[in-house]
Design a protein. Structure first.
Length: 82
């Protein structure tokens, strides 16, 4: 069985984190530290009910890339004010 391709449009990205919509895998950053947070793999690594199968490494690589792009484009969202 071949894996399902990972594409940019499969992700929701916001200041609260990033989600791979098909698997529910999420990354949630800690406040003020966008590159430190919590990863929840949810269904990543499982064959989904509709038969799709995503390679975890490919999803995580795309997630990291999209998250870095979002943080670079929105640095003020992650500033901490005392």
């Amino acid at each position: 069985m071949s894996s399902t391709p990972v594409q940019r449009d499969q992700f929701d990205v916001s200041r609260k984190g990033i989600t791979h919509k098909p698997t529910g895998a999420t990354y949630t950053p800690h406040p003020g530290a966008p590159y430190s947070g919590i990863i929840n793999l949810r269904q990543l690594g499982n064959i989904l009910a509709n038969g799709t199968d995503y390679r975890p490494h490919e999803v995580q690589t795309m997630m990291e890339q999209l998250w870095a792009e979002y943080v670079d484009a929105n640095p003020r969202l992650f500033e901490v004010h005392d």
